[in-house]
Write a protein that binds this ligand. Structure first.
Ligand code: ADP
Length: 385
């Protein structure tokens, strides 16, 4: 019995209503027993006053009157109690149906999701959406949101396997083709052939390294060696490292520092890695003769680093996906440049691990792009803040 009550919401609701009705009856019965006689006497005396005596109303008549009144009250109480119990049964069945039906639907949907049917959703009546959501509808909406995320994650997992095999197949096919050519004597065993094989092997190694790094940062399996760091030093370091490639492509690389820049608490190698990714992308996606600017300034409690290029730009519909792994705006172009669409995903994880944010802006294709990251100022640095 107790188990049945525990398992069924309808019984729990009914018992709670019954409990409230019981309290009501006890209070009413107690007041009928203790408070009403005196009140009855008091009101009757006030009403009739001396008439009682004049009319010769004796004590026995008063008792009769009171006895009848008491019976009437008890009768009314019993009827009210029966009506209340009946109402409790109806209301508890109705409410439990209202509550249990959507909960059962969510249970069924979650079971189907567990079986791998990720398209499963629960209904939220549109009247509820327009007229304000109760807790159950909010739960249903949260459930649907969770199902959306699960579905996306699953799709990304499937796409990732496809992308990785595709990315590995391209260099592997080239290496295999060249090796076959060498074995058949179709290709000459010269510097050029070895160079192609070497480059493709390098491409595969880069991809495997990127994948390993991606899985590490996505799993949070890395530690940050946090120290007070000057972002300006890191920008200078990256500028020095990439300057020869900018010179080679005839792109000007500028830095622009506004005001005093406080230190940030950061892992310098990780921030250099992010800067290399952003400035390297700017170099890759900017045509010769144009320019790239790295600017640094403080904005409230953050140090902002902006990498602005005058390159091919990004159409608005791509902006929100740039930080998704393997996402490339122009797949053929970035693949030819060795890009696998992983760099920005890694950068995002690294910046967020520092408690910062990273985002991209562009006025559209051909309009250049700006990638910005914000790192919180080191609170222990009192020298400049
Ligand atoms: P990739 O290794 O392909 O460059 P990223 O994750 O660093 O990978 O970048 C993802 C995609 O974002 C690139 O393939 C490119 O389409 C786009 N992108 C990144 N930076 C720029 C930029 N400065 N200008 C235009 N497109 C960019």
């Amino acid at each position: 019995m107790l188990r049945l009550i525990r398992q069924r919401l309808v019984y729990k609701l009914f018992l709670s209503y019954l409990f409230i009705i019981l309290i009501g009856i006890i209070v009413l019965a107690a007041s009928a027993e203790f408070a009403i006689p005196a009140a009855f006497d008091h009101h009757l005396s006030a009403m009739m006053g001396d008439q009682r005596m004049g009319m010769g109303m004796g004590m026995s008549m008063m008792d009769d009157l009171y006895g009848n009144y008491r019976n009437a009250v008890s009768e009314a109480l019993t009827r009210a109690a029966l009506a209340a119990v009946f109402a409790a049964v109806i209301v508890s069945v109705f409410v439990s149906r209202k509550v249990v039906a959507p909960v059962k639907e969510m249970m069924r949907a979650s079971q189907r999701i567990a079986e791998g049917k990720y398209g499963e959703r629960v209904d939220v009546p549109s009247s509820q959406i327009n007229g304000g959501l109760d807790e159950l509808s909010q739960l249903a909406l949260a459930f649907n949101r969770m199902a959306n995320v699960l579905e996306q994650t699953e799709q990304m997992r499937i796409q990732m396997i496809g992308d990785v095999s595709h990315e590995l197949r391209t260099p592997l096919t080239t290496i295999q083709g060249n090796m076959e050519g060498l074995m058949d004597g179709v290709l000459e065993a010269d510097q050029r052939t070895y160079q192609v094989i070497y480059q493709e092997a390098g491409r595969m190694k880069r991809l495997v390294d990127d994948l390993q790094e991606l899985s590490r940062v996505e799993a949070g399996a890395f530690t940050l060696d946090l120290n007070p760091v000057s972002v300006l030093d890191l920008v200078d370091e990256v500028k020095d490292r990439l300057q020869p490639q900018f010179d080679e492509k005839d792109i000007k690389l500028f830095t622009d520092v506004q005001g005093d820049i406080p230190l940030v608490l950061a892992d310098r190698d990780r921030i250099v890695q992010v800067l290399l990714n952003l400035v390297g992308n700017a170099l890759q996606y900017t045509p010769p003769g144009r320019e790239v600017t790295i600017s640094v300034h403080q904005n409230g409690g953050d140090v902002l680093v902006e990498v602005k290029d005058s390159g091919i730009g990004i159409s608005p519909e791509h902006i929100s996906n740039l930080f998704t792994r393997f996402y490339r705006v122009d797949k053929s172009r970035s693949r030819a440049g060795g890009g696998s669409g992983i760099g920005l995903t890694i950068s995002k994880h690294l910046i967020e691990a520092h408690g910062g944010r990273i985002w991209a802006q562009s006025h559209g294709f051909g309009e250049g792009s700006t990638f910005t990251f914000a790192l919180p100022v080191d609170r222990s640095d009192h020298s400049k803040s």
